[in-house]
Design a protein around this ligand. Sequence first.
Ligand code: HEC
Length: 187
Amino acid sequence: MKNMTKLIVGIVALIPSLASAGDIQADNFKCLSDMTEVRHFYVDNLLGNVDDTVAVANSPTGGSYPEGSVVQLVPSEAMVKREAGFNPATNDWEFFELDVSDQGTAIGKRGFAEVVNKFGGNCFACHVQAQPQWDLICDNNHGCDPIPLTRGMIKAIQKTDPRCDPVELTEEDQANLQALQAALSAN
Ligand code: HEC
């Protein structure tokens, strides 16, 4: 009986981490504010190795993200670092477009060089422009083509992640969301 309890406790302790980043499912993605905030974006690690992911994200000289790393700027787009050698062309990053609602996350599209976002842009084609030391992370000065979102708009989008508990929007957030809507409807 004692051994059984030990076994169950052992299994429960293993549940949060995956054996390999290859088993990624929709429910591995979560409310952005439950991830770890690094400057203006959010990271996690599906294998439980979040410290190493944060260390690379914070490094002033770049580096290679460890397997299992999840990086998100907005709720609906994610990059996940797969097992070493899985896709050398993308540095083993898999790109995801996610459909998020208060019901949770669904995976809209996933893949390597072929995933295209809602604005018609190819994730990989744009992110591969980052200088090599940044491991395909664009930030706003690593060499990628810009996206049509200001940092203020990004902050407001992050705060309206429908999977998270509601947070109060400042007047600035509201103005940014209105500007975003105006920009989208002008297209
Ligand atoms: C036109 C180029 C372009 C396209 C297409 C694009 N991105 Fe990005 N992405 C960027 C830029 C530029 C940033 C940084 C914006 C900032 O920091 O203000 C960024 C930021 C990110 C980040 C945060 C980490 C980082 O690189 O700074 C993730 C994750 C991300 N994008 C995923 C995706 C995914 C997934 C797709 C496709 C579904 C995609 N992106 C399509 C240019 C692009």
